[in-house]
Design a protein around this ligand. Structure first.
Ligand code: NAD
Length: 303
């Protein structure tokens, strides 16, 4: 077991991921720019660092779980690439693992800078949502060198149920981008279908069970039903508290659209999903769970 692990970014996903590492016996040093985000980890026995640079000083393995590419680039390379980020502060044999969902270009850029310092960096975005993170049931999609992945694997196995090596640096992010474009499409389509059934007098639980066990079955129906009251554990039954925020889904669909333009690939459904999430965000729902797209389709305004 590796002794010292730094975990930076303890939001909806990072906090339960860190909690599982602590519960498995790893020694964690944590940092989040929001003080309150570190409370649970500290209560579990983690050391609270004064800064990200302080957090990585003694770490053998560093995990980061931040919102978007700009945060990751700023944290690793310093603001405006000043060179005073955690990359410069890490020890000579530190393994760097970024689990955030970001664009593959930024992932490759930061991994390249790490390699210039002789450090291995993996992009290891995850799927499974907050409940998957809490249950240690995430799926990791990893880009980077096999040797780095093998070093990381025992820790990834604590936090996840499946680990895929997608390819070289950035490949994990490509896998995640494609998965989340499909998720955005599926959540929108699932919401559309349930709304139509309810408008026709069906009980939302009944139509959900039907589709779950028929050819429309999908992840949203299985573990993340968007209709309030159908599934106790889903954000829809908790006032659409995230979970996975609308603005994070909008970011991910934006990554897919940028890539479709760059690569000349048609993604009409992804484009439609992005437009819907953009409208939903602009109407005031950016901070709500992404399954609240059901309310946009239903013609309901944000709270
Ligand atoms: P979040 O906004 O809840 O948490 C992000 C955390 O990072 C916050 O606590 C924030 O304070 C912290 N942070 C930002 N910049 C920082 C910095 N420079 N230094 C230290 N801390 C910093 O987001 P989340 O839902 O936990 O998602 C994190 C990433 O995981 C995103 O890229 C998201 O797309 C991805 N993701 C989320 C889910 C989900 O269901 N929420 C699922 C899979 C992947």
């Amino acid at each position: 077991m590796s002794g010292n692990v730094a975990f930076i970014g303890l939001g909806n996903m990072g906090a339960p991921m860190a909690a599982n590492l602590i519960a498995a016996g790893y020694t964690l040093t944590v940092f989040d720019r929001v003080e309150a985000a570190m409370a649970d980890a500290v209560e579990q026995g983690a050391r609270k660092a004064d800064s990200a640079v302080d957090a990585v000083a003694e770490a053998e393995i560093v995990f980061t779980m931040l919102p978007a590419g700009a945060h990751v680039r700023g944290l690793y390379l310093g603001e405006n690439d000043a060179g005073d980020g955690i990359l410069a502060a890490a020890g000579d044999d530190t393994l760097l693992i970024d689990c955030s969902t970001i664009d593959a270009e930024t992932a490759r850029l930061v991994a390249g800078k790490a390699a210039e310092r002789g450090l291995t960096m993996l992009d290891a975005p995850v799927s499974g949502g907050v409940n998957g993170a809490k249950a240690g049931g995430l799926t990791f999609m990893v880009g980077g060198e096999s040797a780095g992945l093998e070093r990381a694997r025992p820790l990834l196995d604590v936090m996840g149920k499946a680990v895929f090596h997608a390819g070289e640096a950035g490949a994990g992010q490509v896998g995640k981008m494609c998965n989340n474009m499909l998720l955005g499409i599926l959540m929108t389509g699932t919401s559309e279908a349930i709304n139509l059934a309810v408008a026709n007098g069906l009980d939302p639980t009944v139509i959900s069970e039907i589709m779950k066990n028929a050819s429309g079955g999908n992840w949203a129906l299985n573990v993340y039903n968007p209709y309030p009251g159908v599934m106790d554990t889903a954000p829809a039954s908790n006032g659409y508290k995230p979970g996975f925020g609308v603005d994070l889904m909008l970011k991910d669909l934006g990554l897919a659209m940028d890539s479709s333009l760059k690569n000349g690939v048609s993604t009409p459904l992804g484009s439609m999903a992005r437009s819907l999430y953009s409208m939903h965000s602009r109407a005031g729902s950016g901070g709500r769970d992404f399954s609240s797209i059901l309310e946009l389709l239903h013609g309901q305004a944000a709270d």
